[in-house]
Write a protein that binds this ligand. Sequence first.
Ligand code: ADP
Ligand code: MG
Length: 688
Amino acid sequence: MTGDIYRPVTNIKGIGPGRARLLEKLGIFTINDALWFFPRKYVDRREIRKISELRENESSVVIARIISVSSKRSFRSGTYICLCEAKDGTGTVSIVWFNRKGLDNILKQGTPIAISGHPSFGNGKIEFSNPDFEVLKNSSDVDKFTGIVPVYPSTSGLSARWLQTLMSRILEENIPLVSEYIPDSIIEKRGLLGIREAIIGMHRPDSEEHWQASRKRLAYEEFYFLQISLILRRERLKKSNEAAKIKPTGSSFLKFIESLPFELTDSQKAVFTQVFKDTKDGHPMSRLLQGDVGSGKTVIALGLAAAGADAGIQTAVMAPTEILAEQLYSQAQKLLHHAGITSVLLKGGQGRPERIHLIRSIKTGQAQVVVGTHAMIQEGVEFDNLGIVIIDEQQRFGVMQRGEMLSRGKNPHLLMMSATPIPRTVAVCLFGDMDVSFITEKPEGRKKIETRLIDLTKIRDLMQFIINESAAGGRVYWICPRVEDDMADQLVSVGKRYAFLKKHLGPLGIGYIHGQMSGNDKNSELGKFRDGTTKVLVGTTVLEVGLDVPEASVVVIESPERYGLSQLHQLRGRIGRGFRRGVCVLFVNKTGDDVAERLKVMLKVSDGFKIAEADFLLRGPGKILGLKQHGAAGFKVADIFRDSELLKYAKEDAEWLISHSTFLLNDPEFMKKLYVFQKNDFKVSFDA
Ligand code: ADP
Ligand code: MG
């Protein structure tokens, strides 16, 4: 068997175009993708017992032979029932499966079978109900069924069983093709497994320790390649001086500053200085601007765009949602129009004639500032002279999307903005290719936000508080964990809360908003809240990012224990922007100790960075049989929180490697690996 690890999965026998399309849905295009497609969870089938050794409710695997099969259909419920008896020489068990039509075709008298489940004991019988099973055709089937068995994320049309078989075949046949790119010296120094052993260990670990070590190696691998990419990018940028020269001295920029309805904060001034220090000589800027919610990042973006217009180049401002893009656009219109700058808004769902018109104005350069969603990186959007790319709430975008936007211009300057504070130590590692600026103070006159923790018993007081608040000119966001009711949990939905508030506070005007509404509906609800027709806006976390309604003075967050602290802080940042002091109400069902412990941080700490650090410390190490196995931020394995130490090592090692072994960079195989790696869509997101 030969082959390229990047060959398409359709090269495998049994995978035609139909199945390939389903695999694509799971992100599997090539063999390499498949090897890096890891289990969602594992089931522990290490305990194999004789029937005589079975204990009530202790999960175990039994290997036995079928002695009888009967199947019937229940008249009343229409359920198919398949009943078997099986024995192993030490005893007999009964097995029952519900609704597995056709089982009696597979299971016959004498069929050897392995089953796994929790036995129950009663009426002198040992019974398994709906156990996992495998018909044992070959001697290797026992090995496949037992041990720590992977369960892959599946998609409709591909059964979990089929995927598991496919994955074990791919693994077996292709693991020899995987190359080791980390030098022995580093492997030794950091105590890493070899790459092949680690990939095997993620799919079929022998033990928890094996899994841990495999995870560590692959997390390291991801960080290491990320660091190499960042270093190479930084070096490329450092050498270039072909970007547009942008200075804060042109007439549009000066008019922009003059017409601002407020004084810039010292922090904002300092950031402008840092920004223009890069851009004035034509070095492509690559800067991350961090500032807590409400610190006034938008002004920086628009000021840079104004100076860009003076230099005769276009600016693209990309936002993650339509609501945000619209809000940015309305600010752009207000502040840039005075300065004589034309801005346009490009988003999904615009009519064809409008879109054609917009696209033309972007192509001719008549549109100097283009605000939009990822609609800007779709087919057909061409810029005349894109020189600045600004990405708001950058943690919502992947590296790919960022790259796509940048590629629409020639050496454009890049400014990424984020209110999601990243602990400094982590930021240095993840944005090693960028300079970082911080806005450290909020505009004057901002009221402190008071945070309170209450439970259901206080709902009457809360209603009264909302009535008083709206009478005094304030407005209320009410955040619910989900859009619709779900029988599986007790969480309050937007629909239910809306109905409740409508009933009790109807005269105040209640609106609601969620991610599944059309853009127009969202806008109209938001418009009503903005102009005060509705005083309470019930919604999901679509309300989270960047909304700016100065009158909003209260945010009620239901089931706050479901969110990360940083996310709560972000939600809290929606309020306290106007004249009224802000109140954030964390509304729990019941105030228990476990809940309170974490949420107490919110009551005490108001600095977003400190909260990010606390979030960081509160996340414990991962467990193999825990639910979430996969790293956030687009990493397949790595977790920037849990693995921050590895991240630090990977950075050191990558720097060492690049300064000592440039030959690797001339190795086409290595560069290919780097390229494939970069295509992963990294998002640096800190949401829970
Ligand atoms: P964020 O950093 O969260 O994106 P915004 O840029 O949306 O914050 O700013 C929040 C609000 O503060 C806006 O209404 C904006 O007009 C206002 N603002 C920005 N800078 C100042 C300032 N220097 N003084 C007063 N208000 C300001
Ligand atoms: Mg913002």
